[in-house]
Design a binder for this molecule. Structure first.
Ligand code: NAD
Length: 526
């Protein structure tokens, strides 16, 4: 029986043990070995522990997953769909418990935790509804009409390896697995060590919804041991995390010649153009910069404002940021929660201190708040950030943004693109201006008159990073087709497209050259 609601404090021992029992080191009966302590950022106290997996655990997980996949790939669409739809309903039913665990493990505010529940429900509903259509065998045009009949099939890769980060442990722990499973694959997941219980609870709901237990294996443990072993054994790798780790894993995928999807870091710009609604843009910026305490890959970290609006925007934005309530706890009204760890606090503090030391001006924030909790840091707005400051181009991954005035939209685009990243961007402007500017920003998504939410939630539109921000896409058709190998099956009918055997090659060449010419004009060739 699942507890309906948790309070801030350790997870109930039997509940933690039940969830831990779903992970590989525990399943194989291991009781000895290294333990990973899981802490609540709100207090810095331990809420439970999981075992650190080994290479042997990963090997065992793949063995079980491979064997389960052989049956699953033959499963009907109706059954796959029913399981995922059932999971969707369970998610919504257990939303309070899920939000509690997400908040316990990450320290985020409740609204950001609920975003994760909504996101996974949307993902489950969408792929349950469309997966069959996206992957159905498709009739294609053969080389020459009538003489050949061609079909495209999509086959599951086998076992997808998934490595996920701590910042959205529910969304990124299970969201990418849903299309992989619907496509007929098994999954071996390595969740981040800071947030394993969220992932374990999410899969518990999926197993309760009817997913065959062995089809997903969850191996808790470090990136360098368990993550590296997953990358070495999977048939396709789905990674979400930093660009540095993404590049390392890309080398493994390249050496092994397996497909690879990487959702990586960002240094996302917002452009406030001359015809923007300044008050609305300030509201959008607050949400775009400080949701999830800014620990969000698509979060805004730089704002380029048309000089004519700069003072007005700065005043409205800074005022709104000062009004954000920092709250340690579970209430819905909290504007922002804690940072996720001591390491996150140290990173954010060092970026801001470095910018300050180089002469940047702190318009608001810029302080840790140990009076609220060990890792709290104020939402921070900077201006006058010089070239030498590290945060000018490097990703902070925290509640820190800087403002800069620009003279033209062209200059805003140039500055927005002046980074190695290309994940997300925001353009605040009159719609016609914004739609004209958006294609010039080198990013995988652009949210118009919004920070990121509207682009992320547009699940029918693929999303992913350009430049150092990633490879391949999640969401939409591309977000499931990538989990399959495409196969071309073509039948030759009536006669060879090389023509009758007795036809001399010179004659064949003349006929084909004429056919290609006419085919191009009359469009009867593909
Ligand atoms: P990270 O790369 O350090 O860790 C992510 C995951 O990879 C963790 O599970 C970790 O244990 C594992 N890992 C670490 N080293 C590994 C290795 N050598 N081999 C295999 N696995 C390894 O990232 P992080 O700092 O925890 O997460 C924050 C980063 O993730 C930020 O850069 C953020 O922008 C990015 N991110 C991107 C997206 C996206 O969708 N584009 C979403 C969330 C976070």
């Amino acid at each position: 029986m699942m507890p309906q609601r948790l309070r801030l404090g350790p997870l109930p021992t039997d509940f933690a043990a039940t969830l831990r029992g779903l992970s590989e080191p525990a399943r194989s009966g291991e009781t000895e070995g290294e333990r990973i302590s899981v802490q609540a950022p709100f207090t810095g106290e331990e809420i439970g522990w999981v075992m650190a997996g080994t290479n042997e655990d990963v090997a065992r997980a793949f063995e079980r997953a491979r064997s389960a996949q052989l049956q699953w790939r033959e499963e009907s669409w109706a059954r796959r769909r029913a399981i995922v739809n059932n999971f969707h309903d369970r998610l919504l039913r257990h939303r309070d418990l899920l939000c509690d665990i997400v908040q316990l493990e990450t320290g985020k505010n409740r609204a950001s935790a609920f975003d994760e529940v909504m996101d996974v429900a949307t993902n489950a509903r969408y792929y349950a509804r469309h997966a069959e259509k996206f992957l159905a065998p498709q009739r294609r045009r053969g080389a020459v009409p009538v003489l050949s009949r061609s079909m495209q099939y999509h086959h599951p890769h086998g076992v997808v390896g998934q490595i996920s980060p701590w910042n959205y442990p529910l969304s990124l722990g299970i969201g990418d697995a849903i299309p992989a499973l619907l496509a007929g694959n098994a999954v071996v997941l390595k969740p981040d060590s800071a947030t394993p219980f969220t992932a374990l609870l999410a899969y518990r709901l999926l197993f309760d919804a009817g997913l065959p237990r062995e089809l997903v294996q969850i191996v808790t443990g470090s990136g360098t041991v368990v993550g590296a072993a997953v990358a070495e054994q999977c048939d396709y790798l789905m990674f979400t995390g930093s660009s540095a780790t993404g590049a390392l894993l890309g080398a493994t995928a390249g050496r092994r010649l397996i497909g690879y999807s990487a959702e990586l870091g960002g240094k996302n710009p917002m452009i406030v153009a001359a015809d923007a609604d300044c008050a609305a843009a300030a509201r959008v910026a607050v949400d775009g910069c400080f949701s999830n305490s800014g620990q969000l890959c698509v979060s805004i970290e730089r704002i380029y404002v048309d000089r004519r609006l700069f003072d007005q925007f700065r005043e409205a934005f800074v005022q709104k940021v000062k009004e954000i309530s920092l709250v340690n706890g579970f209430e819905w009204g909290a504007g922002m929660g804690s940072l996720a760890s001591a390491q996150q606090l140290e990173t954010v503090r060092s970026f801001v201190d470095d910018a300050r030391a180089h002469g940047a001006q702190v318009l608001t924030g810029g302080r840790a708040r140990p009076d609220l909790g060990p890792y709290f840091y104020e939402p921070t707005v900077l201006a006058g950030v010089p070239e030498q400051a590290r945060l000018r181009r490097e990703e902070v991954f925290g509640p820190v943004v800087y403002l800069e005035a620009v003279d033209t939209a062209q200059e805003a685009i140039e500055r927005a693109n002046d980074t190695r990243y290309g994940l997300n961007a925001s353009v605040c402007a009159a719609p016609a201006t914004a739609w004209a500017l958006a294609p010039h920003v080198e990013s995988g998504s652009v949210a118009i008159n919004d920070g990121y939410t509207t682009a992320w939630a547009a699940i029918d539109t693929p999303m992913g990073g350009r430049k150092d921000s990633g490879l391949a896409h999640r969401h939409g058709r591309e977000g499931i087709v990538k989990y399959t190998a495409s196969q071309n099956v073509t039948e030759q009918r009536w006669m060879s497209i090389r023509g009758p055997q007795r036809l001399p090659r010179r004659g064949y060449a003349a006929i084909m050259a004429a056919a290609l010419r006419v085919g191009k004009t009359l469009r009867f060739l593909p």
